[in-house]
Design a protein around this ligand. Structure first.
Ligand SMILES: Nc1nc2c(ncn2[C@@H]2O[C@H](COP(=O)(O)OP(=O)(O)OP(=O)(O)O)[C@@H](O)[C@H]2O)c(=O)[nH]1
Ligand SMILES: [Mg+2]
Length: 564
């Protein structure tokens, strides 16, 4: 089948309602809207067994129709995604209402009022979970008769040619949605089986263990991979670097940008040796959690633990996602409630040690012969992130009245390779297409600042202040560089990779901690400003810097008094 074309359809810029052949696909979270579109039309919609997988209205053209895939609606939520979907819905006329067969009465009662008066059809997904009994078919037939609507039960993952034709035919005979109260109820409700994650004590313990697995894997995998490839990559690049270094002095700036101390070829290998494998590993592991629906269970189990920090259980997955790359994680906060979204963004900016930050940190500790300091660093990062959130989150976000907003418990399933690949591809494309170009621009900016002498000049100004943290003045440059790009932490080793700043283990720990949390990297700041506002980003940066300075003083002096 011909692949459907994804068309630009950002936010509210295109009035969908003006196109008579446009179809808006709405439904609660995780009812299978994107899967339905993918199977129906061959498009690459983002599908995942994870609430809030679709975070923007995405449009696809197929057979002369424009399908608008929307983020799931959570009636009680004021999330950005729910607001976006409702606004889209009001601007459109043909609606494909997707309801989950297992909770058909609830879905219709909640969703029909939103579509009332518009024309459309009802697609009932997860039909495979309903016993294909005569009773079920009679229930649906009664519903179709009373409502006058085309109602199509199906398994959205398996749509054959005949079923596809039925759906398209139904769309061309779309009818007006009646009032929900006028419809009979089918009378069944099917809940997924309870799992160990619902156990009062074991649930949270297991959930924490599952969330730590990606970090532990990332630490070992990144170390192993870097050990294997670092020398090789630098060896391959050597002839290029030597050629550029031999260029005439007149193109000094270009040389600085490419092979200077902070140039693309000098620091670039770290990107491919450390960051890319870590991002990929996170994408695969989290993708498996998401595609199986496990992450939802983890969110529910962790909600009581993170609520006192101003986070909701739903936010935890985004914070973990930030360990791969902060950019997709921050974009994904769109489906957080507005009450906890700001706190979730703060948690990512402060506590999610991204794939540049964590491997660079590990490289420093490995170089001073203290690789186990990575665990101390992570423990202190976790502790201070919790304190920071507790102190800065709004009181209403910490209220015990804040219940976890989930329409229902999802079904667990083995992650199918195709679903896993979609997850991985989504994260990687956000990393390579959104984070990477900005990162490269920032790398060039950092080289330019270094070439102009601005960075060394600033570092010289900041150096004396570092005595407050018991750090040598030379640590100023890596700290400043890491404020622009997190792999700046590697400068504690010098450009050649050998350790040049003599510091004790506790000083190294304090220096690396300060460099990693003083400011979020520029790519993260830019993404936060785009998602929220420059004012929000500015306040977050100042707040984070104050907290980072205070936590570093505590670390440095406690370590000193304890004789570390
Ligand atoms: N068993 C079964 N699973 C389904 C069906 N439809 C979708 N799924 C699975 O349910 C999960 C959620 O599907 P999505 O298409 O991402 O749901 P969505 O409604 O787009 O979710 P959001 O965009 O997050 O609101 C995926 O793992 C799908 O493979 C179905 O008919 N039967
Ligand atoms: Mg979706």
């Amino acid at each position: 089948m011909r692949l459907l074309r994804k068309v630009t359809c950002t936010e509210m810029e295109k009035p969908v309602g003006m196109n008579a052949l446009s179809v808006i696909v709405i439904g609660k979270e995780s009812v299978g809207k994107s899967q339905l579109l993918a199977s129906l039309t061959g498009c690459n919609a983002t599908v995942g067994n994870f609430r809030g997988t679709t975070v923007s209205c995405d449009c696809y053209e197929c057979r002369g129709r424009t399908f608008v895939d929307t983020p799931g609606i959570l009636r009680q939520s004021d999330s950005e995604t729910t607001r976006l979907t409702l606004a889209r819905l009001h601007a459109s006329d043909t609606v494909m209402l997707v309801a989950q067969a297992t909770h058909l009465d609830d879905d219709l009662a909640d969703m029909l009022p939103l579509a009332e008066g518009k024309r459309g059809i009802v697609v009932v997904t997860f039909w495979d979970k309903v016993h294909n009994s005569q009773h079920a078919h009679e229930g649906l037939a009664r519903l179709a008769r009373k409502s006058g609507l085309p109602i199509l039960p199906l398994d959205a993952r398996q749509i054959d040619a005949a079923l596809r034709e039925q759906v398209f035919a139904a769309l061309s005979t779309a009818q007006s949605f009646p009032a929900a109260e006028s419809l009979p109820r089918v009378g069944w409700r099917i809940e997924p089986a309870l799992s160990i994650f619902e156990h009062r004590w074991l649930g949270p313990i297991l959930a924490i263990a599952f969330l730590l697995i990606p970090a532990i894997f990332a630490v070992y995998f990144a170390n192993w991979f870097a050990g294997l490839t670092d020398g090789l990559v630098r060896h391959w690049l050597l002839p290029v670097v030597q050629t550029i270094q031999a260029w005439p002095i007149q193109i000094d700036l270009l040389k600085a940008l490419l092979v200077g101390d902070y140039g693309l070829f000098t620091m670039g290998p770290a990107l491919f040796v450390w960051a890319v494998p870590t991002v990929m590993l996170y994408a695969v592991l989290l993708g498996a959690y998401k595609a199986s629906g496990l992450i939802d269970r983890l969110d529910v189990a962790l909600h009581p633990l993170v609520r006192p920090l101003g986070l909701s259980g739903r936010d935890v997955a985004r914070v973990v996602m930030g360990f791969g790359c902060n950019v997709p994680a921050i974009i994904n906060t769109r489906s957080c409630s507005s009450c906890s979204r700001g706190t979730c963004i703060s948690a990512i900016a402060f506590g999610s040690a991204c794939s540049y930050q964590l491997p660079a940190t590990m490289a420093i500790f490995a170089a001073i012969g203290q690789p186990s300091l990575t665990l101390v660093y992570l423990a202190y990062l976790l502790l201070t992130t919790c304190v920071y959130l507790r102190l800065t989150s709004p009181p209403q976000a910490r209220s015990p009245l804040n219940q976890l907003l989930l329409a229902r418990r999802g079904f667990l399933s083995w992650p199918r390779p195709v679903a896993l690949w979609r997850e991985v591809r989504g994260t990687l494309s956000q990393f390579f297409l959104q984070a990477m170009p900005t990162f490269l621009a920032i790398s060039l900016l950092a080289s330019l600042l270094a070439w102009l002498g601005v960075l060394p000049w600033l570092a010289a100004g900041v150096a004396p202040l570092l005595s407050v943290f018991r750090l040598p003045g030379e640590a100023a440059l890596p700290v400043l560089m890491a404020s622009l790009r997190k792999d700046g932490i590697l400068l504690f080793l010098g450009a050649g990779g050998e350790r040049i700043i003599p510091m004790s283990p506790i000083q190294t720990l304090a220096a690396v901690y300060l460099a990693s949390v003083l400011f979020p990297c520029l790519v993260t700041v830019w993404t936060i400003a785009r998602e929220q506002s420059w004012r929000f980003a500015g306040r977050l940066v100042i707040r984070q810097a104050v907290a980072a300075l205070a936590f570093t003083i505590v670390l440095a002096w406690c370590g000193y008094w304890l004789g570390w």
